[in-house]
Ligand binder design. Sequence first.
Ligand code: SF4
Length: 376
Amino acid sequence: MAVVDTSTDTHREQIQGILDRTVSGERLSDENALFLFEHAQLPELSVAATKMRQRLNPGRLVTYIIDRNINYTNACLADCDFCAFYRKWNDNEAYVLSKEELGKKIQETIDLGGRQILLQGGMHPRLKLDFYTDMLSWIKKEFGIHLHAFSAPEIHAFSKINKLSYDEVLRALKEAGLNSLPGGGAEILVDRVRDEITRGKVDTEGWLEVHRVWHSLGGHSSATMMFGHVETLAERVETFRRYRELQDETDGFTAFIDWTFQPENTRLAQTHDLREVGSWDYLRTTAIARLYLDNIRHLQSSWVTQGGRIGQVSLSFGCDDMGSIMIEENVVKAAGANFRMTEQVLRDLVTEAGYVPRRRNFFYELQPDADLEKNA
Ligand code: SF4
């Protein structure tokens, strides 16, 4: 969907008033967030989002993490129109990684200075909870690395397949070594949109409930939004609202990450004649997210879908983190996003933008520079 900037001079004063009040601490309402989407211009959003970023994360540090996204299976019981990655479990191209394959990927990650593994499927219809608890406890025992694993749709599928509650599933995974939950599978947290683009996947309330339960167990997770497909601007704002409300309740989200739908090789692009929304929409959506989500401290850049240069520019639109040097990302890659960069290139981009790059862990604790030199 296209976003049209219909700004006129008559809107300027009203927009400036909204932005000034928001950066001063007044919460952005849904109505005003929508007004910004429809009328605000990039420079004024950049100035306000940067002030908000400084309010929440004062100073010049821009953080990043080195991790690896391991898709342990591509077999999936769901059917998402935007996904070019999954296969049915009995398809010739379906796979489940062996421990040997997992171990090789994890060791490579550690050798490159990686501190975290992001494990995500596919939701395999034939694997039981034991498979996952065994996988986690084996990785913990062998490698002792932070396990950021299983998005809410996977937890929901484990719950259905094993006839267990979210609480029971999450406790078992935590016991086996799960450290944090990724925010994948949120797309847009509005069922009208989810029903149009996915089948067999958790609904909005279920997605939020998985994270609510995880937070109640003392866990942390991230929040995401994939936009630029069939959603309206009001539905983007509704997604922000659902996150802000849950964060008020639990304070369990460490970061928000928004990225644009990657249309290549997807059914959704063909059936709806969709093209990728551009950087203009990405930057304004990111800035409005920064302004709206006053209780989620960190905002990650999506350079993987936008490229390094727009990733750099996003630091002027509210982002304080460059996300990860992802060593492997099959889902986004399958849909056409192939941006890659080395740690040094990422650090150079941050420095060029006037910030100071620092490695972090999942909890945004800074990693010492000596560690960087050791692994350089
Ligand atoms: S996006 Fe995830 S849940 Fe949807 S079909 Fe692809 S692998 Fe399955």
